[in-house]
Ligand binder design. Structure first.
Ligand code: LLP
Length: 425
C-alpha cells in the first residue's frame, strides 16, 4: 500500500531533490542560518495573488486595499505598496506601519469598530482616503474631532447587511448578531444625518461580512443589498460615489477550492457593474495566506496511552489559529518522505503549558525524530500578526524569499527587548 503523505498544494512551495523549498530556496538552509522557529514568505506568490485579483477584476476598476491586519510586516507592506495596493487599516498602529511602508495616505481606508479620538485625529491629519464609520456615536466623535482641528472628514458608512457569510462563527461579521456596522434598516437615516453635517463629507457605504468565505452566494446577497441601498440614497437626492466591498475571500487550507475569483468578479459585475461608483475591496487572507508558512523543529517525541506526540519548538503563541478557531494548517515534512516509508498518527504540539497548545492530530506524516523540521503551511495570514509572547516566548523571526534570495525581515525578539519596557518605570 502506498502512503499518501502530506505535500504542499500551494504554488512556490514544493520538493526539489528531496528537500522542501520556497521558490528556489531550501527551507533547511534558512533554518541552518537563522534557527527555528520562523515564518517564511514567498514574494512571488504574493505578487501573483495580487495579479490574479487584478486580472479577474480588470474591467471593474476596483482599488485593492490590502487588509494590514492579516500580516503587517513592514517588508511585506512595502512589497504590496510597490504592487500598487492601497491599505485597509483598523488602528493607529496599522496606520503608522502603512505610512512607514510608503503607502500614500490617500490610498488608506480606516475601518474598525472602535476608533479613538486620537486615531481619528491622526487619520484626518494625514488625510486618509476615508474613515469607514460603524455607528452614529462614532459619527458624532468624528464630527467633534473634525471641528476641533478644522478639517472636513471624508467618510463612508459601514452597513451591516445581515447576511450570513457561511464561515466560522468567530469570523462572521455581517449578521445582525455581530457588533459591526450600522444596521441596514438604520443606514439611510444615518446617511442623511451625515450628509447634513458641514464637517462631514459622506461619500459612500462599506460592507464586510466575514472572512474565509469560499461560496459567492453571501457576496451576491450582500452586493444586492448594497445596490438597493445606493438606489435608496440617490432617491433621497443624496450623492454616493464610493462602495467599499470589504474582504473575506477564502483560501485553500487542505487542497480543496478556495474562493473562485472569477465567480466573485462575475457576481460583482452582475450586481454592481453599472452602479457608477468607485469600488474598493479589502482582501487580506487571499493575498498573503498561501504565500506564508511556519517552520518548526521537533524537540521530542513521546507516547501517552495510545497517543503519540511530537513536541515542536513553535507553539500556540506563534500560530493562534488552531487554538482559537480549531483551524487545521497542513503539515509538510521538510525532508521529503521516502516513498516506502510508513505514515504514523501523531499529535503535533508545542511547548506551551496548555492542552490547547496543539496544531492537531495528523495521520499523513512520516515518523518524526528529534531535529526534524516541519512546515505548517498556509500560515501567511493571521499567523505572525496574532502571535503573542505568552510563556515569555519571544515573537519569532520572519524571512522573505524571492527567487534564490532570502532575507530576514524581522529578527527574533529577545526577552531583553521585553524587559526594556518594564525597567525603570
Ligand atoms: N476588512 C475588514 C473590515 C475586516 O474586518 C477584515 C478582517 C478584512 C477586511 C480582511 O478579511 P480577509 O480578506 O483577510 O478575510 N483572525 C481570523 C480572521 C479575522 C478577520 C478579521 N477581519 C483568522 O485567523 O481566521
Amino acid at each position: 500500500m502506498t502512503t499518501e503523505f502530506s505535500r504542499p498544494h500551494v504554488t512556490h512551495f514544493g520538493y526539489k531533490n528531496g528537500e522542501l523549498t520556497v521558490e528556489k530556496v531550501a527551507v533547511s538552509a534558512i533554518a541552518q542560518q537563522y534557527g527555528t522557529p520562523f515564518y517564511v514568505y514567498s514574494a512571488t506568490a504574493i505578487r501573483e495573488r495580487v495579479a490574479q485579483l487584478r486580472t479577474a477584476l480588470s474591467d471593474l476598476n476596483v482599488q485593492i486595499c490590502y487588509a494590514v491586519k492579516a500580516n503587517n510586516n513592514l517588508s511585506l507592506l512595502k512589497l504590496l505598496v510597490g504592487e500598487g495596493c492601497g491599505m485597509d487599516i483598523v488602528s493607529g498602529g496599522e496606520m503608522h506601519r502603512a505610512l512607514t511602508a510608503g503607502s500614500p495616505a490617500e490610498k488608506i481606508v480606516f475601518s474598525g469598530v472602535g476608533k479613538t479620538d486620537d486615531e481619528i485625529a491622526a487619520a484626518l491629519h494625514h488625510g486618509v482616503h476615508q474613515l469607514n464609520v460603524e455607528s452614529v456615536e462614532e459619527l458624532d466623535a468624528i464630527s467633534r474631532v473634525a471641528k476641533q482641528i478644522g478639517k472636513v472628514a471624508t467618510i463612508v458608512l459601514r452597513v451591516n447587511p445581515d447576511v450570513d457569510a457561511l464561515t466560522h462563527p468567530k469570523i462572521t461579521t455581517g449578521t445582525s448578531k455581530n457588533k459591526f456596522g450600522i444596521a441596514y434598516s438604520e443606514a439611510l437615516k444615518a446617511y442623511a444625518d451625515a450628509a447634513a453635517r458641514a464637517e462631514i463629507n459622506v461619500v459612500g457605504i462599506a460592507v464586510h461580512i466575514g472572512s474565509q468565505i469560499t461560496d459567492v452566494t453571501p457576496y451576491r446577497q450582500t452586493f444586492e443589498r448594497v445596490a438597493q441601498l445606493t438606489k435608496d440614497i440617490r432617491a433621497k437626492g443624496l450623492t454616493i460615489s464610493r462602495l467599499d466591498l470589504g474582504g473575506g475571500l477564502g483560501v485553500s487550507y487542505d487542497g480543496s477550492a478556495g474562493m473562485d475569483v472569477d465567480a466573485y468578479a462575475r457576481t460583482l459585475r452582475e450586481t454592481l457593474g453599472d452602479i457608477d461608483c468607485e469600488l474598493t475591496m479589502e482582501p487580506g487572507r487571499f493575498i498573503i495566506a498561501e504565500a506564508g508558512a511556519l517552520v518548526t523543529k521537533v524537540l521530542y517525541g513521546k507516547n501517552q496511552g495510545n497517543a503519540k506526540f511530537s513536541i515542536v519548538d513553535a507553539a500556540m503563541n506563534d500560530l493562534m489559529r488552531p487554538a482559537l478557531y480549531d483551524a487545521i494548517h497542513p503539515v509538510w515534512p521538510v525532508r521529503e518522505p521516502a516513498a516506502e516509508a510508513d505514515a504514523v498518527r501523531v499529535n503535533l504540539v508545542g511547548p506551551v503549558c496548555e492542552s490547547s497548545d496543539t496544531f492537531g492530530e495528523f495521520d499523513n506524516l512520516p515518523a518524526l525524530e528529534r531535529g526534524d523540521l516541519v512546515m505548517l503551511g498556509v500560515a501567511g495570514a493571521y499567523g505572525a500578526t496574532m502571535s503573542s509572547t505568552y510563556n515569555a516566548r519571544p515573537l519569532i523571526q520572519e524571512v522573505l524569499v524571492e527567487g534564490d534570495h532570502y532575507k530576514l525581515v524581522r529578527r527574533q525578539w529577545t526577552v531583553e527587548d521585553a524587559l526594556l519596557l518594564e525597567q525603570d518605570l
